[in-house]
Design a protein around this ligand. Structure first.
Ligand SMILES: O=C(O)c1ccccc1NCC(=O)[C@H](O)[C@H](O)COP(=O)(O)O
Length: 207
């Protein structure tokens, strides 16, 4: 079964709908590099509104140590997700489980980064280029998804209800992650697109 993370939540009602429709995780983007940035107070309200068994993820991109620690202390997310040039050692300093995003914009040449984060709980392969923000809607070549990496791999980048079944069949990821593909505007989720996306994932077999 492929897990589903819906990212870039800015409204409690969108995050609750995603959870009700069967999303396994929701993400709140904390970094100022994003059109979907939420305040610490907004993120806390979204995280606290989530029902049991929904994983909450707080996203950063080359942010200050103090800010990451403040989010851990106040928002209390289940997981962190780092989207910038953060090293394995830097990500580990918080003693909190995290995902590391791998920028796949350069294609096969980007795969070297997979070896650099042995302590990440999972690796999120995203379609954007190195140094670019996520939530870009950019797709990468799904056939590049490796099958010899120990950590769970999360597929992201330009996924929609129309292409996610093909993406799962080709990449066979542990989970898929979507932001812009289920939105009507940055940070505003479209209920129909959310429903169609989650239904498309659930109806696709993934061994
Ligand atoms: O979503 C953002 O605005 C964002 C900004 C900076 C760093 C990461 C960001 N999002 C990361 C995500 O997890 C997205 O869900 C992922 O990049 C997929 O986005 P999309 O291609 O729009 O589905």
């Amino acid at each position: 079964m492929t897990r589903i993370k819906c990212c870039g939540m800015t409204r409690i009602e969108d995050a609750l709908l995603a959870a009700q429709l069967g999303a396994d995780a929701i993400g709140v983007v904390m970094t100022a590099h994003s059109k979907r940035q939420v305040s610490v107070a907004q993120a806390k309200a979204i995280v606290e509104a989530m029902p049991p068994f929904v994983t909450t993820v707080a996203l950063f991109m080359d942010d200050d140590t103090g800010f990451v620690q403040e989010v851990i202390d106040v928002v209390r997310p289940s997981l962190l997700q780092f989207h910038g040039t953060e090293s394995d050692e830097w990500c580990r300093q918080f003693g909190h489980p995290y995902l590391k995003a791998i920028a796949m914009g350069e294609g096969a040449a980007a795969l070297y980064q997979l070896r650099d984060h042995p302590h990440a709980a999972g690796l999120l392969l995203d379609g954007h280029g190195l140094g670019e923000a996520g939530g870009s809607g950019k797709v990468f070549d799904w056939s590049l998804m490796p099958h010899d990496v120990k950590q769970p791999l999360i597929l992201a980048g330009g996924l929609t209800a129309a292409n996610v079944a093909a993406a799962i069949r080709i990449a066979q990821p542990w989970a898929v992650d979507v932001a812009s593909g289920v939105e009507s505007a940055p940070g505003i989720k479209d209920p129909h697109k959310l429903r169609d996306f989650i239904a498309a994932v659930r109806s696709t077999a993934n061994p």
